[in-house]
Every structure is written in structure tokens, then in C-alpha cells.
Write a protein of this length. Structure first.
Length: 451
């Protein structure tokens, strides 16, 4: 047996059909009858995946971890096999089978195992390996076990694996396929952007939490991160992106967007977790560079598909500009690098204003006015920024046209309920008619002004 087999790790991918799709990390390929696996694996986390055909069918994959070996230790051997009856990628755990395949590695080493990176393009191979290391920098055993379930070096999922929050939204998924989802439910960090304030918050506190999601981020770190480390959120974002890249997993794409939506709408946390944001922006830049690795592209950054990300980054930049420069220098530098990439590759300008209205000339020469909505939040700065105003009871009463507040007793409350029920029965028709007349008058006035 070649001496190379004693000091390099390998993974066997067995029982694949002819011309099946295979892949590992950032590399995908079509298998041949001789193909048995991948050799020369570097230490770190790897993801191997396969599909019964080379087309866009259901894909199955598994994460595993290659540990560094010391002198005299056997190189790690991983065996994954395709179970055709279950249509699943399984790990070989029988000790006798593992020993048999290890003893026979020499017979398949040259012809049956492909090198992790082809030596013909060493510079490109080194760049891809470095990219993979950066794209998985925060992925760990605890993270994979938390998302895909606790196992030993075999964390599996498929194109249809889903978090419960996304199960009903998967396009084209028939009701009869729910059993697939139940087999592998993904457990993501719970991110609810519709509720970003603490329980019991009112008034100013709730308003601030809506505009700045720092409380929601800190709550996620303290109560849901397994080691209470903010970088775990970045690790989940890395996991989700790579599963979209390899498996076209819809639920992972949705969670990737939710994480970005949370992190890029925080302001105070930029100072509190500067290291997280530096790594977030550098990771995002690298991820965007690999968007075209997905068949058909993850999304077209030069088209409307990238509008969500552009709006988030625009808002993030505005928030960053309001913070002390001495506390955000490293974050600002990384944002500058990301912005340079987006400007050069896709023509984005994060500091440009959004055009709301404009005249568009049709093919027949007719001109129509178009108005774009959806960017109102992005201009909420400077003189247009929302202001929280504390109102006294007298102020509230003045706005409502009512008398100032007073202490209400149980007797007063019962008496008021009786009066309210009488008022509703007597005046509901009159109020409704009055409102209808006012609406009609407003419409007439509007027509007079326009025509």
C-alpha cells in the first residue's frame, strides 16, 4: 500500500449509482463506476453530499470532522454509504466493515479515490481550501449537534430538511412529504423580528427596541447560544449559507436571511460585539463572492433580488455613522471593504439615496409617473428620524379631546360600561354615517384638485 495512505485522511462514498452527483465542500462532480471516495483530506470540518442523479433532485449530505493526527497514529477513515431502499446517506459504524475497508485501501487508492484538490492547479486549490476554512471558521461540534441532532461525526440533512417555522412555506412540497421533514427537523436559533422587545416593555423602551434590535440580539446570546458566545450566531449563518450552496435547502436560506436581518438592524451591539461584526462583514463578502457557485445563482445582486440586502446594509451604514468612531474603527474598515466589492462587482452604492418618484417613458411615447415604496425606513435619519415624546396625562387628554385622567374605582368602571353600551346602541349609526360623508367629501375634493 502506498505510504500516502498512512498519513492522509480519506472518506469513502459507497454504493452510488453510475453518473450520480457527488460533492465535498466547494467541489462538486459526477461520479464514475470506479469512484469510491476522496483522499488527502485536510484537518477541519467537511461536508460531503450526493444525489441519485446529476440533475437538481433531492440531495443528501453529511458533516464530519477530520482531526489532526500525531506521528504513529492511523489516518482517519470515514465511510458513508448510500442506502437505496431508504434513499439516505448513512455512516458505516460496524467495526468489522471499517477494518475490512481500511485493509483494502491500497487496492482502491490510486484508481478509486480522488484527491481532495487536484494538483494541476495548486494556487487555485490553495485558494479554495482557504475559502472553505474561512467559510467554516465558527462551525463547531456543539453547533452541528444543536442544529442537526447529536451524533458522532455524522450530522446529516437533505434538501428538504426544515426548521418548523419554514415547513409550510417550502415551494412544491407535497403534503405526503411531511414525513421527510419529521425525520430531520433543523433546530435553528429562534429569531422573531416582529417582537424585538422584552416582555412587559412599554412606551419609549418598546419604540427603541423596534428601531434598534440590540435587546433581541443580546437575548438570543444569553438564552439560546449554547456557550453564550455571540460568534455562535455567525456559525449558524455560515452553516445555512453552505447548505444553500450544496443542497439548495430552502429553510437554510430563510434562516440565513433572518440572521442578517437581525444583525444588520442593531446599533448599540456594534460597539458591544465589535468582533462579531468584523467577522460578519468579512464572511458576508466571501459568501457573496461564492453566490454564483449555486446553480442559477443564490440571487442576482445586480437586480431586485438583492434589494433586501442592499436596504439592510444601507441602514447598517447609517447606524454605524452615528456611533463613536473610536469604538467602531475595525467595523467601519471591514464595511468599507465590503462596499468596495459590491460597488466594483455589482454597482452598489450604499450611501446613495433611494429614488422614490420618477417619470418613465413607454414605448409609444406616453409618460407615466412611477412611485416606489418600501424604503421609507431607510430615510429615518436626521430631521426625518423618529422622535419619542413623553406625554403627560393632560397632553393625552388634550389630544383625545377628553378630560384629564383620574383614579377610577370599581363602581365607576361598572357605571362606565353601562353608559358605553347605551352609547353604542344609540349613536353607532350616526357616527358611521358621519364618517362615510367625510370620506366622500374628501374624495370629491381630491378629484377637484386632480381634474
Amino acid at each position: 500500500m502506498d505510504m500516502e495512505t498512512t498519513d492522509t485522511a480519506c472518506v469513502l462514498l459507497l454504493n452510488l449509482s453510475a453518473a450520480a452527483l457527488g460533492g465535498i465542500d466547494l467541489l462538486s462532480f459526477t461520479t464514475t463506476p470506479r469512484f469510491k471516495g476522496i483522499k488527502n483530506l485536510p484537518p477541519g470540518y467537511h461536508f460531503i453530499f450526493t444525489s441519485s442523479t446529476s440533475s437538481l433532485s433531492m440531495r443528501h449530505g453529511a458533516w464530519f470532522h477530520v482531526k489532526s493526527t500525531k506521528a504513529g497514529e492511523s489516518a482517519p477513515l470515514f465511510i458513508k454509504k448510500w442506502n437505496a431502499s431508504k434513499e439516505a446517506l448513512e455512516a458505516e459504524t460496524a467495526p468489522a466493515e471499517i477494518l475490512r475497508w481500511r485493509a483494502n485501501l491500497g487496492s482502491i487508492w490510486r484508481e478509486g479515490l480522488s484527491p481532495y484538490r487536484q494538483s494541476a492547479a495548486q494556487d487555485e486549490a490553495a485558494e479554495e481550501k482557504n475559502d472553505w476554512d474561512l467559510l467554516t471558521s465558527e462551525i463547531s461540534e456543539s453547533l452541528l449537534s444543536g442544529i442537526a441532532g447529536p451524533t458522532i461525526d455524522h450530522w446529516t440533512l437533505t434538501s428538504a430538511s426544515s426548521a418548523k417555522v419554514d415547513e409550510e412555506k417550502i415551494p412544491g412540497l407535497a403534503q405526503t412529504a411531511t414525513d421527510i421533514l419529521q425525520e430531520k427537523e433543523l433546530t435553528f436559533f429562534p429569531i422573531d423580528l416582529k417582537r424585538t422587545w422584552r416582555p412587559g416593555a412599554t412606551g419609549r423602551e418598546r419604540t427603541e427596541a423596534v428601531l434598534d434590535h440590540t435587546w433581541a440580539l443580546n437575548d438570543l446570546i444569553q438564552n439560546h447560544c449554547r456557550d453564550k458566545v455571540a460568534l455562535e450566531i455567525l456559525g449558524e449563518m455560515q452553516f445555512c449559507f453552505l447548505m444553500v450552496l450544496s443542497l439548495n435547502n430552502y429553510s437554510c436560506l430563510e434562516q440565513w436571511k433572518r440572521i442578517l436581518n437581525l444583525l444588520l438592524t442593531c446599533k448599540k451591539s456594534i460597539v458591544q460585539h465589535a468582533d462579531l461584526y468584523v467577522k460578519l462583514l468579512s464572511t458576508l463578502r466571501l459568501q457573496l463572492q461564492h453566490c454564483n457557485d449555486v446553480e442559477g445563482g443564490l440571487f442576482d445582486l445586480s437586480d431586485e433580488s438583492g434589494s433586501l440586502l442592499k436596504a439592510l446594509l444601507h441602514k447598517f451604514k447609517l447606524g454605524l455613522a452615528e456611533l463613536p468612531k473610536e469604538s467602531t474603527t475595525s467595523v467601519a474598515e471591514e464595511l468599507f471593504e465590503l462596499e468596495n466589492y459590491l460597488r466594483g462587482e455589482h454597482g452598489w452604492r450604499l450611501d446613495s439615496d433611494f429614488v422614490r418618484k420618477g417619470m418613465m417613458e413607454m414605448e409609444d411615447g406616453e409618460k407615466i409617473e412611477l412611485q416606489v415604496s418600501g424604503y421609507e425606513e431607510e430615510d429615518e435619519s436626521g430631521e426625518y428620524a423618529p422622535v419619542v415624546v413623553d406625554l403627560s396625562p393632560e397632553d393625552v387628554a388634550a389630544f383625545a379631546g377628553a378630560t384629564p385622567f383620574r383614579k377610577i374605582t370599581i363602581h365607576d368602571q361598572e357605571h362606565q360600561e353601562v353608559e358605553d353600551s347605551d352609547d353604542e346602541s344609540d349613536t353607532s349609526g350616526g357616527v358611521g354615517n358621519c364618517e362615510l360623508e367625510l370620506e366622500q367629501d374628501a374624495e370629491v375634493d381630491d378629484l377637484d384638485m386632480r381634474y
